[in-house]
Design a protein around this ligand. Sequence first.
Ligand SMILES: Cc1cc2nc3c(=O)[nH]c(=O)nc-3n(C[C@H](O)[C@H](O)[C@H](O)COP(=O)(O)OP(=O)(O)OC[C@H]3O[C@@H](n4cnc5c(N)ncnc54)[C@H](O)[C@@H]3O)c2cc1C
Length: 512
Amino acid sequence: MSDDAKAPSGPDFTAGVALASLDDGALLQGHVGNDAVLLARRKEEFFAVGALCSHYHGPLADGIMVGDTVRCPWHHACFSLRTGEAMRAPAFDALPRWRVERQGDHVFVRQKIAASKPTPSESERRAWPESIVIVGGGAAGFAAAEMLRRRGYDRPVTLLSADADPPCDRPNLSKDYLAGTAQEAWIPLKSPKFYANRSIDLRLGTRVGAIDARNRRVTLGDGKTVDYGALLLATGAEPVQLALPGADGMPVFYLRTLADSRAIIAAAAGAKRAVVVGASFIGLEVAASLRARKLEVHVVAPATRPLEHVMGPEIGDAVRRLHEKNGVVFHLGETVAKIEGKTAHLSGGSTLAADFVVVGIGVRPATALAEAAGLATDKGVVVDAHLATSAPGIYAVGDIARWPDPQTGERIRIEHWVVAERQGQLAARNMLGAGERFDDVPFFWSQHYDMTINYVGHAARWDAIDIDGDIAANDASVTFRQAGRAAAVATIFRDRASLKAEAAMQQRAGVR
Ligand SMILES: Cc1cc2nc3c(=O)[nH]c(=O)nc-3n(C[C@H](O)[C@H](O)[C@H](O)COP(=O)(O)OP(=O)(O)OC[C@H]3O[C@@H](n4cnc5c(N)ncnc54)[C@H](O)[C@@H]3O)c2cc1C
């Protein structure tokens, strides 16, 4: 194949682009040789960076520009147009950059610019802790370790994880990986080399048993200790267990780790029927993935509608219909009362034959360690706007953290992948003295067959729902209002609307 045949689509930016075709705020995809490049205009400034998000390769030209950043349409990663830096997760790797030159009424993209390295000042370095220990090898813990090294922190970083596997793409465990359409090689967030090259001491299968906050020391399960200058707690959440009499007669699974997902896949291999308990995000994603594996799937849940408490009745009904169209059978307003052999007995008296059960009825924040160490807790670990806990030198992030949300003025705790990663990033910068406040607008997504729902904001309750478009036709924006204010917006295949809603909420809260 010739080089031309391999070249990505769009204009060749080395040949020049007419200024008249680039409005203020324009994001245009083209190429330089074989590299897909995004050319962006902000007033009289022009930027050229890689055109594909470094998270899942989303097309940045379909995103939006906010200030001098570009936001990815798929999972809202945010990149600096000036430096290419991945400023906000879920992307971590910087975009490549090219020099842009304006000549008359055209702009030309010239040579690639080498990535710059951080150069912390001596006074910054003096304020750094002697060492940093991170408890938890999930979204938040990984993002923190990555950010510490990205910012040039060159003292010991120890990442202690009870998980048997390295930090992984947890959202995928109920989606494509479980469905069999994502390879196992895609699941780790980074390869072992990443940790080795950055001298991140990743210790797997290592549970921290206690924190001695006064002496800045953690004790591991085997009695060994690790001293810290600063500590990050990122212990995540644990699945709520269902009391199921007779459960030893049939495999009953919970889903949090890669090992859990592997175990469900192994059980599905020889199975014909599965019962999923719970009709919220994880339960329904598991149901969809097991249908992709051609199992007969019954969803049993006490709710009268799936997802209603988060997404409202309209999306709940549409999601139910979609699952039913794909063969899922719902048993709502019920739960599994007991198991006898290969039979699940429902609370309403009926029975379902099954080869295994998956329970997805919510999670609880893993706060035991923090509580035992005397940290302030209140349905989560209480942190301030900088994500610092009540104990000096200890920060808490991710599913365990309850922080003051500038959008609502309330203290909230949220179980979202991107929120956990961004909190990990921010706490890492703050451990190095940045003094930043966590004011991001929460974002998550959920996937059901060909429907992806993006959700920005946080509406624990609402008094009105505005629907623009047609949910059933996979084309809608649904706004959850509280006292007239848009508290949250769920979109279905309206990625730009989701990004714009997020940007508007940030602006309202005075966030860049
Ligand atoms: C199957 C699944 C699908 C999901 N899908 C989505 C999605 O589509 N979108 C979305 O926004 N969110 C999704 N989530 C939620 C998201 O994954 C979590 O919000 C996120 O992982 C939280 O990050 P965290 O770092 O706080 O916790 P985790 O990622 O759970 O990491 C916690 C880590 O702490 C470790 N740990 C706990 N206690 C100790 C201890 N005492 N010592 C040492 N290590 C310890 C654990 O082993 C683990 O490594 C999903 C979650 C699951 C389970």
